[in-house]
Design a binder for this molecule. Structure first.
Ligand SMILES: Cc1cc2nc3c(=O)[nH]c(=O)nc-3n(C[C@H](O)[C@H](O)[C@H](O)COP(=O)(O)OP(=O)(O)OC[C@H]3O[C@@H](n4cnc5c(N)ncnc54)[C@H](O)[C@@H]3O)c2cc1C
Length: 270
């Protein structure tokens, strides 16, 4: 995963600068060999990028060691135990886990569970691919993350690795991949950064984006159970929206006034 967009920042920090071709290579000299191909670019100085996996693992470690959170890995929720208008426990392959409040955040698998909660969710898996390659001393890797809008390829540098993501496919729930799936994105990357990374050592990956028709996430409570809150459908921007979404959900669980207004993103109970 690559982007963390400035859209999470207050509007006063959110600005974009159109660049002529000369300025593109001043901002990122690694694009020099492709400069003739550019019509222009849009630069957003407040945008950033990062390694979502590293972020998530370190956040989990912090929560476990500093905040007393218990994470149960390799634990599959198979059903929900209910009583009246409340969910009382998640029934897993490792036993019953009781709780007072439940947050539904099962990515592309959420619709099956949500039906039990009286919610019909318009979430569909959209498959995407990423490839990560090592960067050595001799490489001229990107210094600023970006998107090639013609080819819909996004790229970023993570220390001594370069990651590229692309493609949106309707492929059901399959996460399989083969080298040919990456041909287009690697060709586009080589055109931008011929010496950008070690293209001979690709680390391939594919995942499923939980997409909604309008691209907005879904929050709120279902109709049947009072103690379940949705945090779903973040599509291609789940990491970017994760902190803001967590804030909305935390406020909903506490039943306090939301710090961010979730209007237009509330679940439609059926
Ligand atoms: C190629 C690609 C590139 C992307 N690039 C970016 C990017 O640059 N920036 C960005 O912000 N986002 C990006 N995304 C999107 C981001 O990955 C998603 O929006 C985000 O992961 C959604 O988070 P989630 O927690 O809702 O779902 P997931 O990350 O899918 O997590 C859901 C979890 O629920 C678990 N689960 C499901 N069913 C059960 C069950 N019955 N019992 C127990 N556990 C269960 C799953 O195993 C999974 O761990 C990208 C996605 C892809 C595929």
């Amino acid at each position: 995963f690559i982007g963390i967009s400035s859209s999470i920042l207050p509007r006063k920090f959110y600005f974009r600068i159109p660049l002529t071709t000369g300025w593109i290579t001043r901002i990122d000299p690694s694009l020099s060999s492709a400069r003739e191909k550019f019509a222009g670019a849009i630069y957003c100085p407040t945008d950033g990028s990062g390694d979502a996996r590293m972020f998530t693992r370190n956040l989990a470690e912090y929560c476990a060691t500093q905040l007393g959170v218990t994470f149960l890995y390799d634990t599959e929720i198979r059903d929900l135990e209910t009583s009246g208008d409340r969910i009382t426990a998640a029934l897993t392959n490792k036993g019953r886990i009781a709780g007072n409040e439940f947050v539904v955040c099962l990515g592309v698998f959420a619709p099956r569970f949500a039906r039990k909660l009286g919610v019909s969710l318009p979430i569909y898996p959209i498959k995407g691919y990423s490839v990560t390659m090592p960067i050595g001393d001799k490489h001229q890797a990107p210094t600023v993350g970006g998107v090639d809008e013609d080819n819909l390829v996004a790229y970023a540098r993570f220390g001594n690795r370069m990651r590229v993501t692309a493609t949106a496919e309707f492929a059901g729930f399959s996460k399989t991949h083969k080298p040919q799936d990456f041909t287009h994105m690697l060709r586009a990357t080589r055109e931008l950064f011929p010496q950008g990374a070690d293209f001979g050592q690709p680390d391939y990956w594919a995942g499923l984006r939980p997409m909604t028709p309008d691209g907005l996430p879904i929050f709120g409570r279902g109709k049947r159970f009072a103690n379940a809150v949705m945090n779903l459908g973040h599509g291609h921007m789940g990491w970017t929206m994760s902190a803001g979404s967590a804030r909305i959900v935390a406020d909903m669980v506490k039943r306090t006034e939301p710090a961010f207004n979730p209007e237009g993103m509330l679940v439609k109970a059926v």
